[in-house]
Design a protein around this ligand. Sequence first.
Ligand code: IPD
Ligand code: CA
Ligand code: CA
Length: 280
Amino acid sequence: MTSDAPSTPAHEADPEALAGLAAEIAKSTGLLIRELRAAGVSVAASKSSDVDIVTEADRRAEQAVVEAIRAARPRDGVLGEEGAGIPSESGITWVVDPIDGTVNYLYGLPAYAVSIAATVPDPAAAADGRRAIAGAVYAPPTDELFEAWEGGGARMNGTRIAISGETRLSHTLVGTGFGYTAERRAEQAVMVSRLLPRARDIRRLGSAAFDLCSVACGRLDAYYERGLQPWDYAAGFLILREAGGAILGRDAETPPGEPLIFAGDPALVEELRGVVLGAE
Ligand code: IPD
Ligand code: CA
Ligand code: CA
């Protein structure tokens, strides 16, 4: 069986059960990384630049997630930030960020999370051609578990959540993030300088998954970022959409993803995009 010919069509999977599994694994892995942090953080390597770091905990956490997924669903694929790349035989691929917010984790800032999503192929949903049908984001510092499944709404610690409903850009608290290379930062500086005079304020929390969940529960009104990878946004996109949010890409032809992501109230995101891109 190959990933091109799934024997169990993805739509036959039960999204609620997949969300339960994602939540269970995200929480147990979150507790693991919190314990590892208490024992001290060791930087294992760097990636796109020497400040884009990987810790031993990132690797241990990804290994724990992959083992738990494979034990529960041996025919599903796994794509993980730290290198997991197991092809799917079922049509479902789990997309995993074992620690989203590694720099916060290193410094002891309380904004990092484990992000896990069960995805199916869908070229229109996101730039990587996948759509999450179930997912969970667990933030150990605040003991908050965000979860969603397609059509089932979004929850934080079991309670339904919804976006803030703010549609006035001038009153909007906007989250964003910055990449790790000087070239990417220079572009991002131009974008943020266009928005700053037009919005209530900007927040850079340091974890894209947590940013998307923060919009989903109304702690931020909107969010945008350039350069995100599938593991940063897979679960967060679903949680935000199920909470009533809209997500746009760079333009009408480009699905949201690495090139650009704009998220917020459906009545606000187009204006946000226009301002950030210098069109308004
Ligand atoms: C990063 C965080 C950050 C975002 C970066 C990501 P990592 O993920 O989500 O908020 O601005 O683009 O790379 O490296 O901590 O997993
Ligand atoms: Ca990440
Ligand atoms: Ca990460």
